[in-house]
Write a protein that binds this ligand. Structure first.
Ligand code: GAP
Length: 537
């Protein structure tokens, strides 16, 4: 599937728009249109129901070390700034970036990609951020221009087809790099740190005393409420707390449609367990989360689970696996992260409980410990847990399945896009675009279509529409030929079309058409709601 086709469909049919489009847009921000908002809401609802609400705490699900409980939270986006000091985000949450002195553009250090070109004994690295298809041509054109070569000189050049990132080459070779938008070599600066948190100011204090940050993850709201949840409910470890909400990261190079945005939504679980059992829970959540994507339609070789190497692990993690999807905008063989499942040990609860913030000191002030490292001053509150049956006291370990709602939405859209042939009203085969979305997440569950706009058919169709609308998001359409109306629904992933025809007027039955199999069958009007319900929930 070509990504451009999906992007254009998303705009044309109202799944996704660029934010502030009439002002030229704002890079890294996206709006969900009328269909997009339904799709994303259905994905978040499916996650909330499957992970949190419909979870039966009296039975241990297959693969789980024991029974467990789940509850939810909804925390604020702006929190006490010291939260980000303790979480490590204030000191460590940064990317390296390079600036181009000529184009004045900024790039993520690890994303400036390119290929080696060898000429005689001279090595030259030519970077390009062009799409893979255009890379070869772009590279050749640039090589000719930069080294003042003619086309026939190209034979003397050997192209190494490895795609490298700037961070993988030796610092001394960086002077030979051509910036993605530059026309001379060596214009990229040395890499510099760039904190990804958006800063703001709370209240009338515009100085550093009022400084605060938009949360870069929903997770910390759960950690700082750990004691509130335990004290206000009768919940016992092991248990999980789920939260869905917006997070913000000032990404240096937002790109690939919604994949890397600056404002996005996360669906996170912090699962608290006894350290002795945490390895088993880590396995359980990895498998459970992978299966969730499969059940909703991401399958085959495009979906995989990848265990992180030790050098990839975050500062807090003692084990992480990513659920990844081969998004069509990535080069062949590359995968993008959909969700990370991290074994965070007791890092967060310990960090938030250690030390005590000195009220005379400003939050975020750097304090150095005896090893010369910054001290993450916590709240000083005891965040340990006492098991009332065993009397054991411990700081729970945390397993964190952390998913992105926007990335999941994008993956489901990519997976669903298909083109095939379907017969029109005269039986002639016509090509169509069909979004094969799982009915559970499809924005519109059924379209109600009177065959013609007369003979009492619209009246019966209105009755059917009214009965269905009470239960699901359904759509009514009486304009254009029936084949055209089917195709408009196929293109947005509506799994069922219900047609009211002349036979309906005689026996009060309607036709239901299946988007994927194109099978059609008749049901009584009174059975219509039940017939759709059993297929879309
Ligand atoms: N609490 C852990 C955490 O936030 P993460 O891997 O940084 O971990 C979790 O983020 C998920 O959030 C990612 O797997 C991805 O789905 C989503 N995500 C992260 N940054 C994103 C961005 N810039 N745009 C869209 N989604 C993003």
């Amino acid at each position: 599937m070509q990504m451009e086709k999906l992007v254009s469909l998303c705009k044309r049919r109202g799944f996704l728009f660029q934010s502030s489009e009439i002002y030229g847009g704002l890079n890294g921000f996206w709006d969900y249109g009328p269909l997009g908002v339904e799709l994303k809401r259905n994905i978040k609802d499916a996650w909330w129901k499957d992970m949190c609400q419909n979870h039966n705490e009296l039975l241990a699900p297959p693969g789980a070390p024991s029974t467990y409980e789940m509850v939810g939270l909804d925390c604020t986006i702006i929190m006490h700034p010291q939260v980000w000091k303790c979480s490590g985000h204030y000191d460590l949450f940064h990317d390296y970036m390079v600036d181009c002195r000529v184009s004045k553009k900024r790039y993520r250090f690890d994303q400036v990609r390119g290929k080696w070109v060898t000429r005689d004994s001279q090595r030259v690295f030519v970077t390009t951020m062009a799409e893979p298809d255009h890379e070869e041509e772009d590279l050749t054109r640039r090589a000719l221009k930069i080294f003042n070569l003619r086309s026939k000189d190209l034979e003397k050049l050997s192209f190494d087809s490895r795609v490298l990132t700037l961070d993988k080459i030796q610092p001394e070779d960086r002077a030979l790099v051509l910036g993605p938008d530059a026309n001379e070599l060596g214009t990229l600066t040395d890499p510099r740190e760039f904190n990804l948190m958006f800063k703001t100011y709370v209240g009338a204090l515009s100085g550093e005393e009022g400084a605060a940050f938009l949360r870069p993850e929903t997770a910390q709201g759960i950690f700082v409420n750990f004691k509130n949840v335990v004290d206000s409910t009768r919940i016992r470890v092991p248990f999980g707390v789920a939260q869905v909400g917006k997070s913000f990261r000032n990404e240096i190079t937002p790109r690939n449609f919604t994949f890397r945005s600056r404002e996005f939504e996360q669906m996170e679980i912090e699962f608290f367990c006894n350290p002795k059992e945490s390895a088993g829970w880590y396995q359980y959540w990895r498998n459970r989360r992978l299966q969730w994507y499969k059940d909703l339609g991401l399958a085959g070789e495009r979906l995989r689970l990848r265990e992180h190497d030790a050098d990839e692990l975050s500062h807090y993690s003692c084990g992480t696996a990513d659920i990844e999807y081969a998004f069509p905008f990535l080069p062949e063989g590359e995968y993008g992260e959909l969700e990370g499942i991290a074994h965070r040990g007791d890092f967060d609860l310990r960090s938030h409980s250690e030390g005590k913030l000195d009220p005379k000191k400003r939050p975020l002030e750097v304090e150095i410990n005896e090893h010369g490292q910054p001290r993450h001053r916590g709240s000083g509150k005891d965040l340990s847990y006492r098991d009332d049956l065993s009397n054991e006291r411990f700081i729970p370990h945390v397993i964190e399945p952390s998913a992105g709602a926007d990335r999941a939405t994008l993956a489901f859209l990519c997976q669903a896009y298909d083109e095939d042939q379907a017969p029109d009203e005269d039986g002639k085969m016509q090509s169509r675009v069909v979004m094969r979305l799982n009915p559970r997440i499809a924005p519109i569950k059924a379209a109600v279509l009177p065959l013609v706009k007369k003979d009492g058919m619209p009246e019966v169709a209105t009755e059917v529409y009214g009965a269905l609308k009470k239960k699901f998001n359904v759509f009514y359409d009486e304009k254009a030929a029936i084949g055209r109306r089917y195709r408009r629904q196929d293109e947005i992933g509506t799994p069922y079309c219900i047609t009211i025809d002349s036979q309906t007027l005689q026996d009060r039955t309607v036709t239901i058409r299946d988007r994927d199999s194109l099978e059609q069958w008749r049901v009584k009007i009174d059975d219509c709601v039940g017939e759709i319900e059993k297929r879309v929930t």
